[in-house]
Design a protein around this ligand. Sequence first.
Ligand SMILES: Cc1cc2nc3c(=O)[nH]c(=O)nc-3n(C[C@H](O)[C@H](O)[C@H](O)COP(=O)(O)OP(=O)(O)OC[C@H]3O[C@@H](n4cnc5c(N)ncnc54)[C@H](O)[C@@H]3O)c2cc1C
Length: 284
Amino acid sequence: MIPAQFEYSRPAGVQEAVRALADGGEDAKVLAGGQSLIPMLRMRLAVPSLVVDLGGVSDMRGVRDDGDALVIGSMTTHDQVLHDPMVREHAPLIVQATSTVADRQVRHMGTFGGSLAHADAAGDLPSVAVALDATFEVEGPGGRRTVPADEFFVDYLTSAISPDEVLVSVRVPKLSGWGTHYEKFNRVAQAWALVGVAAAVQRSNGTISDARVALTNMGATPIRARGVEEALIGAPATSDALASAAQRAGEGAEPSSDLSASAEYRTHLATVLTGRAVAAAGGI
Ligand SMILES: Cc1cc2nc3c(=O)[nH]c(=O)nc-3n(C[C@H](O)[C@H](O)[C@H](O)COP(=O)(O)OP(=O)(O)OC[C@H]3O[C@@H](n4cnc5c(N)ncnc54)[C@H](O)[C@@H]3O)c2cc1C
């Protein structure tokens, strides 16, 4: 289908983008890599009066070292993230999850920030951001504000970004001394996750000293599996302890039933995948 008519703006900087959004009012929409927005425009599921294309905002691209954290520009493509040496060294969980996103073509166009701003329950990066305790830098007419990951994802396809704001960058704490793993179950290669699990585990003297686990597609937003984390922290680093902790993966989750999987099946998957993800992250 052909999108409905809209005005088009291509700002060169963040403030210019924010001004364009303010001028466009509530019906203005930001365009990043277009991998989700363009199909929505074509199906007329989105009918904006103005599209603000961030493709010309060069200072929203790239990865910067900021001491104990990396700052990833929102417009950095999935492919650039995958090949960035700092992300590979300090945030391998992002690399593991990004390598499962779609195919090469989509990864060359789609952006790190676009995936997070889109807030799709089946998207792989939201649960990774939650597991890593990332923070989101958002700019609007009132200036810049910081939103923690556990407040960023509000509902299905809804983030904490207001219509007059742009996501500028994401700050990701460096995890040193942790093992990480992203485990995804999909029906065919390159498809969206039926369920995914992002895990980070720290071991010390045969026990699990710290653990973070977040689930993809087990609710309208990514779910932090607090019950699993509670069971893991202080437990011996053994398969039995992991299996028992993984049984709590469904706590607090509200998975949907659809043509691909029932809620019961998703809960079963979450348990199995959590066991695998934590074992791989902890080298157990
Ligand atoms: C065939 C196919 C398969 C895919 N498979 C997967 C998959 O397996 N896993 C997965 O995680 N993703 C998958 N995706 C989605 C992909 O990751 C996209 O990159 C992502 O959904 C959107 O990123 P984008 O840069 O293209 O954003 P766009 O499509 O341009 O924008 C998406 C939404 O976010 C908003 N937005 C974007 N950037 C900003 C910003 N900086 N500030 C404020 N709002 C913003 C837009 O207004 C829009 O509402 C798939 C996509 C396709 C086409």
